[in-house]
Design a protein around this ligand. Structure first.
Ligand SMILES: *Cc1c(COP(=O)(O)O)cnc(C)c1O
Length: 377
């Protein structure tokens, strides 16, 4: 059996173990320490002026704390892009609130401005103002930042920017992870860089960062004994994991370049294959890290279906996956309201496929993938 080619696997840079060893040598084997603060500082410097970062145990934890910081409570409503990973929406339910799902537009596959505004107007008509908008940069592609921000401003509803897949992407020259009233990052094992598991909450306010860290460390009041006036969480990042993160940040730019090279490879590989389009930036305003390269297969024009390509790759021990199944189609969210008329996310789900996109793919791996594509096409 040929070795397995994964969709997106961890890719160490080399210095991760130096930082981890330092943690052991100094006995900072705890959810605090020099790697945690050091990791926060490098992300802050990377994202730019005025950015404050709290390192957390996961992107999901960061989303949960973002909702808490915006005061989301039981019976509140939160707008959320439907086409995303379930982790974008689950924390809404942790708070006892209701997700209001919104369809995508065709250009970036992300939250559709028209459907978003329609949703807001209808929820207002029904007597409730949504507490936040969760917008996602899917597969690294920036959402329509200007349009979504204009709607957020018009109705006074803050944006939680889910940048879990988009570290290294930018929009009109500004980095993803800096567009939300609060933003989140993920360092799960499959993301562009990883701490094995981890995440971060990104704000432009020291006070919000401090509040996030307070909530993430069991909400201890200042007192010599253990005293609590609020419910807290155990969401801080481990100093060991943060050591991995410091090493990974040193190679982030390389990782982005490598993933973008993969995207170019697929663009070429499919150039003569009928009915297949490779998901790409709609204009020069958008710069995607191409965390995953995805394609759409038009069954009327192509000689194969997404499932046929997936199974042909699987036969060669190559992993591929359908796109995220929209949340409004998920059994667990079947009662949640959904806005959108054009069926964009449903169509994307039916026609799409995510292809191996790791920054550690070798030329030999790409050749194996190309052979399957050319045989089918
Ligand atoms: C990975 C991911 C998350 C969750 O991050 P974790 O660190 O795995 O908890 C949230 N949203 C999106 C879009 C993701 O891809």
């Amino acid at each position: 059996m040929k070795s397995k080619i994964y969709l997106s696997s961890p890719h160490m840079g080399g210095n991760e173990q130096v930082y981890v060893q330092e943690a052991f040598d100094t006995n900072w084997v705890a959810p605090l320490g020099p790697n945690v603060t050091g990791f926060e500082t490098v992300i802050e410097n990377y994202l730019g002026e005025g950015i404050c970062v709290a390192a957390l145990s996961s992107g999901t934890a960061a989303l949960h704390l973002a909702l808490i910081l915006f005061g989301v409570k039981k019976d509140d409503e939160v707008l959320c892009q439907s086409m995303t990973f379930s982790a974008s929406a689950n924390p809404i339910v942790y708070q006892g609130a209701t997700p209001i799902f919104v369809d995508s537009e065709k250009e970036t596959w992300n939250i559709c401005p028209e459907a978003l505004e329609e949703a807001i107007k209808d929820r207002l008509d029904k007597g409730k103002k949504p507490k936040a908008i969760i917008a996602v940069h899917l597969y690294g592609m920036p959402y329509k930042v200007d349009e979504i921000r204009a709607i957020s401003k018009k109705y006074g509803i803050p944006i939680i920017e889910d940048s879990a897949e988009a570290l290294g992407s930018h929009y009109k020259g500004q980095k993803c992870g800096t567009f939300g009233d609060i933003s989140i990052l993920s360092f799960n094992g499959n993301k562009i860089i990883t701490t094995s598991g981890g995440g971060a909450l990104v704000t432009k306010s020291d006070a919000l960062k401090e509040k996030a860290i307070f909530l993430a460390t069991q909400a201890r009041d200042e007192a010599p004994h253990y005293q609590h006036s609020e419910i807290g969480y155990n969401y801080r990042l481990s100093n060991i994991s943060a050591g991995i993160g410091r090493g990974q940040m040193e190679v982030l730019d390389q990782r982005v370049a490598q993933r973008r090279t993969n995207h170019q490879f697929y663009f070429k590989a499919f150039s003569k294959v009928k009915g297949v389009s490779v998901f790409s930036e709609p204009s020069l305003d958008y710069f995607s890290n191409h965390w995953l390269t995805c394609i759409l297969i038009d069954s009327k024009l192509a000689s194969f279906t997404p499932k046929e390509l997936r199974l042909a790759l699987e036969k060669e021990n190559i992993e591929s996956r359908p796109l995220w199944k929209p949340m409004h189609m998920q059994p667990v969210f079947k009662n949640a309201p959904f806005y959108g008329k054009n069926g964009v996310s449903e169509k994307l789900f039916l026609q799409g496929l995510c292809l191996p996109s790791g920054s550690n793919l070798t030329n030999e791996d790409l050749q194996r993938i190309n052979t399957v594509i050319q045989q089918l096409g």
